[in-house]
Design a protein around this ligand. Structure first.
Ligand code: 1CP
Length: 356
């Protein structure tokens, strides 16, 4: 057990909601809450390259705290990116202004697997752990700190496409052309993720979210074979390693964006994650009916609904709470907040959730 002497936690609503305990009001946080819609974030980014912010604990901590200083949120999420894993595995990743992440030398065929390294995560990604530990101290117990990772299939997508893609056709082709090598690649990524998440908890992360942002490209059979299989393995191995190190488990959130209702059911029935994040295409009442009462649901307002009037945002947030129900629910958007979202929309969203 590592002794950090962190300040004691004053707001544990999100932890309670994740574990199915009653809460006095709905906990809320927003994916990408530290981001470009905040002028104070833009100021930091004007002076520092994206990955410099990620790799400098003082800067990562500063931007993680920005939304916490400004809004009445119930959780913080460490500032980083899912692509730090491909970077640690030896692939170059650049952040192209206005475009997003670019990997100039993506994996083309299975021969390229030899270009990947299995890093010592405690060294290669130490900067994330340091940022988490520093942020836990600076948060001073105001709200819990969420650690995160990309899921194996989502990271594989970026590693093969060389960046974002509207079809993921090259990555999906691998699933049919090279099933064995695909499993080899997914397993390599999974091994890194497990060490990475354990390191984050040891450093002070109080919840973990696994972003399967490319879940929409998989049918139920592909989801089972190439996503769920590894999501389950990650949860089981992380919990086992924490137990062996005598460190208390933390709740885990899976966010399989765009997954079908059947795929969501597979994940919910398995119970390897306390929380399932939903995108905005999933109907709250239907989700609660299909996914059962033993899982906490998170989400799922359309990020574009943040462009409605403040009154409408408040009403939508309140309606979501009545549709999802007040227990086992965490308020969030159905995907990351968009860069030109008005600050007043964020205030209205939180107000709506908290007054429901
Ligand atoms: O110039 C900038 O500042 C770049 C914008 C930006 C930011 C603020 C990127 C580029 N990443 C981030 C931070 C980030 N990324 C966080 C910070 C913590 C918080 O939520 O406040 C998190 C959790 C992520 C995770 C992430 N990165 C995901 C999963 C969530 C999702 O959106 O599905 C993904 C897919 C990425 C890749 C990525 N990084 C950045 C962009 C623009 C993208 C998406 C690219 C694409 O697919 O088109």
């Amino acid at each position: 057990m590592i002794e950090h002497n962190f300040p004691s936690l004053k707001n544990d609503r999100i932890l309670k909601a994740a574990r199915g305990e009653p809460v006095d009001r709905i906990p809320v946080w927003v994916m990408r809450q530290a981001g470009r819609y905040l002028p104070e974030f833009q100021e930091v980014r004007a002076q520092h390259d994206f990955f410099t912010v990620c790799q400098t604990p003082e800067l990562a901590c500063q931007v993680t705290l920005q939304p916490i200083e400004r809004f009445d949120l119930d959780a913080s999420i460490i500032f980083s990116d899912i692509l730090v894993i491909p970077q640690a595995m030896g692939l170059k990743v650049e952040m192209a202004p206005g475009v997003g992440p670019v990997l100039p030398r993506p994996l083309v065929d299975p021969n390229d697997l030899s270009r990947l390294i299995q890093p010592n995560v405690n060294e290669a990604l130490k900067y994330v752990g340091d940022a988490i530990t520093l942020t836990r101290h600076k948060l001073n117990g105001r709200v819990p700190l969420i650690g995160f990772t990309g899921a194996p299939w989502t990271l594989m997508g970026y590693m093969i496409q060389g960046g974002g893609s509207s079809t993921m056709a090259k990555a999906r082709s691998w699933l049919y052309k090279y099933p064995e090598d695909t499993h080899k690649l997914l397993q390599m990524i999974t091994d890194v993720i497990v060490d990475y998440l354990v390191m984050q908890v040891k450093a002070g992360a109080q919840l973990l979210q696994v972003f399967e942002s490319n879940g929409n490209y998989l049918d139920d059979a592909l989801f089972t074979n190439y996503s769920f299989k590894y999501l389950k393995q990650i949860s089981e191995r992380v919990r086992k390693q924490l137990k062996e190190a005598n460190i208390p488990e933390v709740p885990m959130i899976a966010f399989p964006k765009g997954a079908t209702m059947n795929s969501l059911k597979i994940l919910a029935m398995d119970q390897s994650y306390e929380v399932i994040g939903l995108d905005w295409t999933v109907d709250p009442i239907e989700a609660r009916k299909q996914l059962g009462a033993n899982v906490t649901l998170q989400g799922n307002m359309d990020p574009c609904a943040m462009y409605s009037s403040q009154d409408e945002i408040i009403a939508r947030a309140q309606k979501m709470v009545s549709n999802f129900g007040k227990t086992r629910y965490i308020g969030n958007l159905g995907h990351g907040i968009l860069p030109d979202t008005p600050i007043s929309s964020m205030e209205a969203f939180i107000k709506g959730m908290h007054s429901a």
